[in-house]
Ligand binder design. Structure first.
Ligand SMILES: *Cc1c(COP(=O)(O)O)cnc(C)c1O
Length: 398
């Protein structure tokens, strides 16, 4: 705060006081400044109470301007009432769950989720008296038969990781609501460019902004978007557990998201071209991509995803570790990275990353074999990308 006074204090006091803020007006910058302040000053007690009333900014864990601005952007994009921005995708996921269930409640979750999300259910929620049934969400009869009188939450992903399966979100929402339960959908793989779960009966959308939304692989962040009453409850949990995103991260993600439409559209176009090319390769045993007619939920994908089928592909290569290593080394463009959704094409190996902690028999049961590679498609020239994959695959020819 800048307080004008003619009084001159001692050197060490001025060192703290001078230049704390500028005397010149700083309104309406073209790009939002980063509010790197843990707190805001108030004039007096009346001002303090007024600040509370206006939901002004007081303390950074509770509210920060960059975080609020990003929440507003996400609310618009996902078409919710409101949003909160969390310190990571996992923080958003965990917060969404604890804001809905309490001890004694039951959760039904899809069997192929992001590995750590599964562990939230099996390693945390279980210890606090919340049981989770994992089932195949592509089969709604299995989902229905898992319902118990205390089922409070259905949890899934708009495209499930890493099998790239899709479930009928509209119908899942109906089933959840008929049974007085909520539906939470992780929309990380699609982003609002490709799909808006809240327009398909979901009660909350959770998203790891770390991935496609920010798109530059330089910030870890997450969000929950949805109806007011649920977001109010999630906000309360977030303040108490302290999993709020910091100002700089929120600013980075806001900046990244300005180009989200251009990036994600291009990623989806490239992914379809690459998936089609890989499917034709004699060295690829299987390609999982919802834009391929060979995908078991191709029709459903066409109905749900009208702007494209996402930027994530998984492929099954012959199970030969040496050849797989040679293939990875031979790729010039796609590099291995423990993340996804960046502007460059990256690879990951679910067996040694997202599903490292899953017992082998469980992971084989859902189709995650030792030959699986997951590809997050970037915004490179599509021909460059296809050519590079095809030349690298020739390691399997000898
Ligand atoms: C990465 C990811 C998460 C976790 O997000 P973080 O930002 O790493 O905490 C959750 N769900 C999906 C589908 C993801 O890909």
């Amino acid at each position: 705060m800048f307080k004008e006074t003619n009084k001159k204090f001692s050197f060490e006091t001025e060192l703290l006081r001078s230049g704390a803020y500028t005397r010149y007006p700083v309104t309406n910058p073209e790009s939002m400044p980063i509010y790197m302040t843990t707190a805001f000053n108030v004039e007096d007690l009346d001002d303090l109470e007024q600040r509370y009333k206006e939901k002004g900014f007081c303390y950074n864990r509770n509210r920060n301007a960059n975080r609020s601005a990003l929440a507003e952007l996400l609310t618009q994009m996902e078409n919710g009432d409101n949003a909160i921005v969390c310190s990571s995708g996992m923080a958003a996921i965990y917060t969404s769950i604890i804001s809905i269930v309490k001890a004694g409640d039951h959760i039904i979750a899809d069997q192929t989720l992001y590995g750590e999300t599964i562990e939230i259910f099996t390693e945390i929620m279980k210890n606090y008296g919340v049981e989770t049934t994992f089932t195949d969400f592509t089969n709604l009869d299995l989902v229905k038969s898992s319902i118990r009188p205390n089922t409070k939450l259905f949890y899934t992903e708009s495209i499930a990781n890493p099998m790239i399966t899709i479930s009928d979100i509209d119908e899942l929402g109906n089933i959840a609501h008929t049974n007085n339960a909520y539906l939470v959908v992780d929309n990380t793989f699609m982003t609002a460019v490709g799909f808006k779960p809240l327009e398909h009966n979901a009660d909350l959308t959770v998203i790891s902004l770390t991935k496609f939304a920010n798109g530059h692989s330089d910030a870890v962040c997450g969000a929950i978007i949805g109806k007011n009453e649920l977001i109010d409850q999630a906000y309360k949990m977030q303040i108490l557990t302290g999993c709020t995103a910091d100002a700089f991260t929120s600013w980075l993600v806001s900046r990244g998201m300005r180009t989200m439409y251009l990036r994600v559209k291009k990623q989806m176009e490239n992914a379809l071209i690459l998936a089609e090319a890989l499917e034709k390769s004699p060295y690829v045993k299987k390609v999982n991509y919802p834009g391929l007619k060979s995908h078991p939920q191709y029709k459903l994908a066409c109905r749900l995803f009208q702007n494209g089928f996402g930027g994530m592909i998984s492929i099954i290569l012959p199970e030969n570790r040496e050849k797989m290593n040679a293939f990875m080394r031979r790729l010039n463009l796609a590099h291995y990275a423990m993340t996804l959704g960046g502007y460059r094409t990256t690879l990951s190996y679910p067996v040694l990353s997202s599903h490292y902690d899953m017992p082998e028999k469980d992971r084989l049961k859902i189709g995650i074999t030792n030959g699986m590679m997951r590809i997050s498609v970037g915004i490179e020239n599509a021909n460059d990308l296809v050519e590079d994959f095809l030349q690298a695959l020739t390691v399997y020819s000898k």
